[in-house]
Write a protein that binds this ligand. Structure first.
Ligand code: S3P
Length: 428
């Protein structure tokens, strides 16, 4: 599918954003591991989360779809899954692959996980190595580092582990394996990654404690089903926030966005750059803060992003690159080499595509340098099969002259169904 975006005179209006992807995955998986029912409100019915749902069903979990966004998960208990009759296919979802590896390592059966071509390129050793230390038996392609992976599940024992890379997927896999293991499991990270799992485990009654960037979970605990109300995904909102900041004469109100502090790095950076964005309400549901956000077009300046800020805005870096092309001065992003092993090599993809649009962007091994502001010129771009690259290019198209065509834009449905409609409603 091709997405065609013309220069926008302004972005104006009030919008809601689909549910948070990370929280949606966790609500299904933790709900399945709980005893009793979990009701999920404002679930994200996007391809990635539907992959998790399909895997849960294949593992014997009952799911009632009251509507596309409201579900009831009939929990089977942490050890209650059934051996799947076939290979589990996670599609494009690295989150499903990594988290389920931890859950399945501690079940009493054999299972195989695979996914699409992009998922089969994603490094798995970061999660398999610590699980092997916990006593797991897991095999994978390329010397145990790539899917498909096969798992001979059985009892595990707790470990104390410092992750090699801050990663909420790895941390979650280890905490859920820890819930199934004997004894305590301690997971420490150099920098804080998103903490939705810890918050949800606490809501569901697990014995978990968090001190700084170290989490400790006791094995053998019982999770209780809960009502999980999911806020709008800040990573999806980030595209529209970016658009409203760089398109002149814009004013956009975004309703009910998740503002968990482990996810709001993008807001901090945009404010540092001079962005006029304001939180105009605040509430907390199931331990997750949320707020409405008012964004107005702004005069922006370049900034420096690196170090411990990176995990809190890793998914937003492609659209931050777009914003940087419209900011005065230099923006430097470093320490973001993880971007190379996402759905696509996002450093190479965004540098190449923005370069074609006329941006002054220099690729670095661990990030990029942008000189701004530059006038972008619409042309034909490629999504590289990556939803966040496709949407970042659509935002660039709003300020580029003429028409920007994004080829392979169907991948937007991985995380933001309705993106085009929402964006067009603001263009008017
Ligand atoms: C996610 C964690 C992050 C993020 C991904 C979703 C999650 O990945 O990039 O989009 O839901 O746990 P890493 O754990 O690889 O950093």
């Amino acid at each position: 599918m091709e997405l065609k975006i013309n220069t926008a005179a302004s972005l104006k209006g009030k919008i809601a954003i689909p549910g948070d992807k990370s929280i949606s995955h966790r609500a299904i998986i933790l709900g399945a591991m709980a005893e009793g029912d979990t009701t999920i409100v404002d679930f994200l019915p996007a391809a990635d989360c539907l992959s998790t749902l399909k895997c849960m069903r294949a593992l014997g979990v009952g799911v009632e779809e009251l509507s596309s966004t409201n579900l009831v998960i009939h929990g089977v208990g942490a050890n209650g899954f059934k051996e799947p009759g076939n290979v589990l296919d996670v599609g494009n979802s690295g989150t499903t692959l990594r988290i389920l590896t931890g859950v399945l390592a501690g079940q009493d059966f054999f299972s195989v996980l695979t996914g699409d071509e992009s998922v089969r390129r994603r490094p798995m050793d970061r999660v398999i190595a610590p699980l092997l230390e916990m006593g797991a038996e897991i095999w994978g392609r390329k010397n145990g580092t790539r899917a498909p992976i096969s798992i001979l599940g059985h009892s595990l024992h707790g470990i104390s582990y410092t992750t090699t890379i801050p990663s909420a997927q790895v941390k979650t896999a280890l905490l859920l394996a820890g819930l199934l293991a004997e004894g305590k499991t301690i997971v420490a990270e150099e920098f804080q990654s998103r903490d939705h799992t810890e918050r949800m485990l606490e809501v569901m009654g697990a014995d978990i404690s968090v001190e700084g960037t170290t989490c400790t979970i006791s094995g053998g605990g019982i999770l209780r089903g809960a009502e999980i109300d999911i806020p709008g995904d800040i990573s999806s909102a980030a595209f529209l926030i970016a658009g409203a900041l760089i398109v002149p004469d814009s004013e956009v109100l975004i309703k009910d966005v998740g503002v968990n502090p482990t996810r709001t790095g993008v807001l901090d950076v945009l404010k540092e750059m001079g962005g006029r964005l304001e939180r105009v309400s605040f509430s907390v549901k199931n331990g997750e803060p949320r707020s409405d956000m008012l964004v107005k077009s702004s005069k922006l300046s370049g900034t420096v992003i690196g170090g411990e800020k990176i995990p809190g805005l890793i998914d937003e870096l492609p659209v931050l690159a777009v914003v940087a092309t419209q900011a005065q001065g230099t923006t430097v992003v470093s320490g973001a080499q993880e971007l190379r092993v996402k759905e696509a090599d996002r450093i190479s993809a965004i540098c190449g595509e923005l370069g074609n649009l006329g941006a002054q962007i220099e690729e670095r091994e661990d990030g990029f340098i942008v000189e701004g502001p530059t006038a972008l010129k619409g042309t034909v771009c490629d999504s590289h099969g990556d939803h966040r690259i496709a949407m970042a290019l659509a935002i660039a198209g709003l300020v580029a002259t003429g028409t920007t065509v994004i080829r392979g834009a169907e991948c937007v449905d991985i995380s933001f169904p309705g993106f085009e409609k929402t964006l067009r409603s603001l263009i008017g």
